[in-house]
Ligand binder design. Structure first.
Ligand SMILES: Cc1cc2nc3c(=O)[nH]c(=O)nc-3n(C[C@H](O)[C@H](O)[C@H](O)COP(=O)(O)OP(=O)(O)OC[C@H]3O[C@@H](n4cnc5c(N)ncnc54)[C@H](O)[C@@H]3O)c2cc1C
Length: 291
């Protein structure tokens, strides 16, 4: 299949891209790496009269360490994120999530901003952004605004981004102290989207108690979610007394829209999700206490 005819636009600045979005309205769509949009256009699941290609906008590419955070420009390829020693040393969860995305050719063209904006419920980067309380910057012809990840993902492939906004960068806070990070997922074949997955960020204090904890779930609903009540219940617990299996079951209990399809029932995915939380928690605690 080929996409239906469209007019191709290649702005030279992010501002020009935003102006084009404002001018062309709902008939226009941004394209970055094309790894999600092109299959949809080819299958005619989506049709747009105008494609605005921001993939070559160098203003939006790059990884920068700015005081207590790392800023990743939206058109930075997933492969560049995976190669970055800055990301590896400062936001290890983002680094560890990267090789789990599809295959190398996909990561070579796919962008961090495209992945976050596309907001697939089973995608790794949206779950990482949510787990780490990242901030997302949006640009329109009216100016810029910052959206916390907790308010960004609103449903299946939907976000708080307006149709006239360009996602310009994602800011990941750097966590200092005895933190451990892990991402675990299960997919039927290497490179497939995860059936279920979990991101963990845990901080342990000098008395071996949990000081802070974030649990992000993906593939287990219409969008990535945080297991907030389980996170709260862990704070103050001695890590030697933690019942990892109980924590894992608590994290996935009460999920309301676990998908069911030919790859697995909702009950199966929920069980897999609990196992992923248990593995990620064990891995993150090991890292946090590896002095
Ligand atoms: C076989 C295959 C396997 C895959 N497996 C995985 C996987 O395991 N995990 C995973 O996470 N992903 C997976 N993907 C998706 C891939 O990671 C995509 O690259 C990513 O989802 C989108 O990035 P992109 O730059 O290609 O975006 P595009 O395809 O160009 O765009 C996707 C959407 O985001 C919008 N968009 C893009 N950039 C911006 C921006 N800066 N501001 C506003 N809106 C924007 C577009 O308008 C479009 O709606 C897979 C893809 C394929 C083909």
């Amino acid at each position: 299949m080929k996409p239906s005819a469209f007019e191709y636009h290649r702005p030279t600045t992010p501002e020009e891209a935003a102006e084009l979005l404002a001018e062309l309205g709902e008939d226009a769509k941004l394209i970055a790496g094309g790894q999600s949009l092109m299959p949809m256009l080819n299958l005619r699941l989506a049709v747009f009269e105008h494609l605005i290609d921001i993939g070559g906008l160098t203003d939006l590419a790059g990884i920068e360490h700015v005081s207590d955070s790392v800023v990743v420009g939206s058109t930075t390829s997933q492969a560049a994120v995976g190669r970055s020693t800055t990301v590896l040393e400062t936001v290890p969860l983002l680094s560890r999530a990267t090789p789990l995305i599809g295959h190398f050719p996909i990561r070579n063209r796919g962008t961090l901003g495209g992945s976050v904006a596309h907001a697939d419920a089973a995608a790794e980067y949206p779950a990482v952004a949510l787990t780490l309380d990242a901030e997302i910057e949006a640009l329109s012809s009216a100016g810029r605004r910052t959206i916390p990840a907790s308010e960004f993902f609103t449903g299946m492939w939907t976000t708080a981004l307006r149709d006239d906004e360009v996602l310009t960068k994602v800011t990941f806070p750097i966590r200092e102290g005895r933190w451990g990070f892990a991402i675990n997922e299960f997919s039927r074949r290497k490179g497939d989207f995860a059936l279920a997955g979990a991101c963990l960020a845990v901080k342990v204090d000098d008395n071996s108690r949990v000081e802070n904890c974030s649990i992000g779930l993906f593939g287990l609903g219409s969008m990535p979610t945080r297991a907030t009540s389980t996170e709260r219940s862990l704070v103050g617990c001695s890590i030697d007394e933690l019942q990892v299996r109980d924590v894992a079951h608590s994290a996935v209990s009460g999920l309301e829209s676990v998908p069911a399809d030919l790859h697995g029932s909702a009950a199966y995915r929920t069980r897999v999700g609990a196992t992923m939380v248990a593995r990620a928690l064990k891995n993150a605690l090991e890292e946090a206490t590896d002095d």
